[in-house]
Design a protein around this ligand. Structure first.
Ligand code: MN
Ligand code: MN
Length: 493
């Protein structure tokens, strides 16, 4: 069974639309490098498209009817968009799901240290990374620092041309003999992934006249009890032993009005710096950070926003924490999804536990996540007949998992047939695949979680080269076919 190259099937009009979709996608990747930024952008676009916040509708007791558009979020990290269909909710939803978190380095809660007059932020990586890929590349810092007074400082450094960037250092080859003989997963130890953030010492200018005087600043500091010192005075004290750390804390204090202790309640994510780009002389591909899974998130979002007056209620759910097992309040296993549907059903006049259960059981879902694109440089881990190829359209995975499909949602044949027919009817170019050769490895997605309600779920998505690397590669035509496939799916009966 040969699946055709998708580029060959597109007419001029479609090729123009392909470029528009991809230009928007490249901007989205560049702007939304964390789950918080992706969720905020999603909410902004939804609001512009007439979606109303569920929290306000619930507070006002506003009744919902066909055609109404609603959004809900949890902690600004996961988002659900719904457009009510003409059919009762109890008959089921058509759901597009994807995740908006990506592998990265997270800053630890007590991160700042100085070593040999260099200042670092200590990190703990998030998700599956190859540590060696994260050294000597420009890195940016995104996130929030929540202070005890309730205020939240937004941090975004390393993206603008005028911004400084950060990096993780590596050993020179001249001294790397022992390092290079190590196994790949030990070449760079996880604990060694610390971010270089400063090197300049804080220099306390001594006032010549005051230096002999007991009322000088330094003398006052020394005399003061520790708990009466201001933060600036403590930094001055620190400068006598750790002047580079003192300088760093002084800069952070001035820039963000934060103290070192405020890192205790911060979420700071370290990601590759700089925008996503077109790739190739023919500009046929996209190189960007976090395409797993923002390529499916963005195209699902676009499809959701493009649909008008569906028969079955159209839902787009973009979730956090997939890369670490879909756990926590903002992951797919959270009650957020079920609670949101329950609130919407209440406002739509379909309240009660049983209608909710029926609604969920009668739903169809495309659980979208990236697939490994066949890479000729590493052909031995793939089985070509059942691999995804860049440029061959939207990928469907009947199952995922590892070691005998373990951990997989295995979609029903009847449902696969229905989805296949839907794609063919809409002229969407698609392919089927599994993740690598039998026993070569494997992976999971969010699919098995909503499937627990008894709904039909199939894994789908876009093929990616260098998945989980700081810069991942997709084909523009696959981004476009995903968008078209998602629109078609929202109309499925
Ligand atoms: Mn993924
Ligand atoms: Mn992943």
């Amino acid at each position: 069974m040969e699946r055709p190259n998708a580029w060959k099937k597109l007419n001029e009009e479609q090729l123009a639309e392909l470029e528009t979709v991809n230009a928007g996608y490249i901007d989205f990747l560049s702007e939304c490098k964390t789950e918080r930024r992706a969720a905020a952008k999603c909410i902004q676009l939804a609001q512009e498209a007439g979606y109303k916040p569920l929290s306000e509708l619930v507070a006002a007791g506003t009744k919902l009817k066909a055609g109404d558009k609603v959004w809900a979020d949890i902690y600004g990290k996961s988002v659900i968009l719904l457009q009510l269909g003409t059919k009762p909710l109890e008959q089921g939803l058509n759901i597009l799901g994807a995740h908006i978190d990506s592998p990265r380095l997270d800053v630890k809660q007590n991160p700042v240290y100085e070593a040999n007059e260099l200042a670092f932020l200590d990190t703990h990586y998030y998700g599956g990374i190859k540590s060696y890929q994260w050294v000597t590349t420009p890195l940016a810092l995104h996130g929030v620092i929540a202070k005890k007074d309730g205020s939240v400082v937004d941090v975004n450094v390393g993206e603008d041309a005028g911004d400084p960037v950060f990096c993780v250092t590596d050993l020179l080859p001249h001294l790397g003999g022992e390092q290079m003989a190590k196994k790949g997963n030990n070449v760079v130890e996880g604990e060694a992934l610390d971010l270089l953030v400063g090197s300049r010492p804080l220099v306390i200018k001594k006032d010549e006249d005051a230096s002999a005087d007991s009322s000088s600043a330094n003398a006052t500091n020394a005399d003061k009890p520790e708990d009466e010192k201001t933060y600036a005075e403590k930094i001055e004290d620190m400068a006598t032993k750790e002047a580079v750390k003192a300088q760093l804390l002084s800069v952070l204090s001035r820039k963000y009005d934060i103290e070192e202790e405020d890192f205790l309640s911060a979420e700071l994510e370290i990601v590759p710096a700089g925008p996503a780009r077109e790739l190739g002389f023919d500009r046929s591909m996209v190189l960007g950070y976090g395409q797993d899974d923002r390529v499916c998130a963005y195209t699902s979002l676009l499809a959701q926003l493009a649909v008008n007056d569906p028969e079955r209620t159209a839902v787009c759910i973009l979730v956090d924490k997939e890369e670490i097992g879909s756990v926590g309040a903002t992951g797919m296993t959270s009650a957020f999804f079920e609670n949101t549907i329950a609130e919407v059903m209440e406002l739509a006049g379909e309240s009660g536990a049983l209608p909710l259960r029926r609604c969920l059981a009668n739903s169809n879902m495309l659980s979208s996540d990236v697939s490994a694109a066949f890479d000729p440089a590493y052909a031995s881990v793939f089985e070509a007949k059942n691999s995804a190829f860049a440029g061959h359209g939207l990928v469907f995975n009947k199952f995922t998992g590892a070691r005998g499909k373990s951990g997989s949602n295995d979609a029903n044949a009847e449902y696969v047939a229905k989805v296949r027919a839907c794609m063919d009817d809409a002229g969407v170019c698609f392919q089927t695949a599994e993740l690598g050769r039998v026993n070569a490895g494997g992976g999971g997605t969010i699919a098995y979680i909503p499937a627990k309600y008894g709904m039909n779920v199939i894994d789908s998505g876009v093929a990616v080269l260098s998945m989980h690397a700081p810069w991942e590669v997709t084909s523009k035509v696959d981004v476009y076919e995903a968008y078209r496939g998602y629109i078609a799916f929202l109309g499925i009966a």
